[in-house]
Design a protein around this ligand. Structure first.
Ligand code: 9D3
Length: 245
């Protein structure tokens, strides 16, 4: 899969994506990441990428032409049909489902805005969709683009090892994680649950499922309402609730 990020801060994107899971996916050529700076598509002496808003008001607006020309070059660097996504507070909030659908596309062009926003005609004419990372304010689209790249990369075949991929099975998705423990066995009088030291992997599996269900019930009841539980999960959740009483 190919990601192209149109950004005034290309090093911010390539640097952050160079770490960890995304960095390895790029090294292994499962992911191809290119960055395109609208400033490189200006033609005036001052390399102007922004201008004052029509109608007045505070802040500056990114100009249409440098963005359009940068996206065009990104499209030409790909070999099939690309989707152009504008990251903005006005977009649809990204979800695992949206990202999972997007992981089947061969090229995503992510446009990161700065200043107050970009010329609306770019959104209308050049973009296929508009995505937000949530209802809070960040200073530009780069961190949002990095979130999209990271979350999609994890879904691509061969990126995660077998152990991590197994965690994406249908029984645990839509639930919070179970609690994790490592050495030492005692920490300030606080011990590790006995079952995890028992070596009984059937019991450990049931305990973890019960904890995942119980924590989701306690902390994210909205998630639990959307989830279809099987008979064993209903039983484990009831056990958890009884123990909380
Ligand atoms: C406080 C400034 N706002 C004036 C009413 C408008 C505004 C302009 C530009 C708010 C944020 C930004 C920059 N944000 C993004 O580019 C952005 C974003 C976000 O702020 N929240 C959630 N998702 C995203 S994706 C891109």
């Amino acid at each position: 899969m190919r990601f192209d990020v149109v950004t005034l801060f290309p090093e911010m994107v390539t640097a952050a994506a160079g770490y960890g899971v995304t960095g390895r996916a790029i090294e292994r050529k499962i992911v191809d990441l290119s960055v395109w700076n609208p400033r490189d598509y200006t033609h005036d002496k001052h390399k102007t990428v922004d201008d004052r808003p029509y109608g007045g008001g505070p802040g500056m607006v990114m100009k249409y032409q440098p963005l359009h020309d940068a996206v065009n070059d990104a499209k030409q660097a790909g070999d099939t049909t690309a989707k152009v996504i504008y990251l903005s507070p006005q977009g649809k909030t990204i979800t695992q489902t949206l990202l999972s659908e997007a992981s089947g596309i061969s090229q995503l062009i992510l446009v990161a805005g700065r200043y107050e926003g970009i010329d609306e005609r770019f959104v209308e004419m050049d973009c296929d969709d508009e995505w937000s990372v949530g209802d809070y304010v960040i200073s530009g689209g780069e961190l949002a683009a990095l979130i999209v790249i990271d979350a999609i990369t994890r879904l691509l075949p061969g990126v995660l090892g077998d152990e991590d991929s197994a965690l994406q099975d249908s029984y645990t998705d839509g639930l919070l994680d179970y609690p994790h423990f490592t050495r030492p066995e005692q920490l300030a009088g606080c011990s590790v649950p006995d079952v995890l030291l028992s070596g009984n992997h059937a019991n450990i599996g049931r305990w973890r499922m019960k904890q995942a269900l119980g924590r989701t019930w306690l902390k994210r009841p909205d998630l639990l309402k959307k989830k279809k539980l099987n008979a064993e999960q209903e039983y484990l959740l009831q056990q958890f609730k009884n123990e909380v009483e």
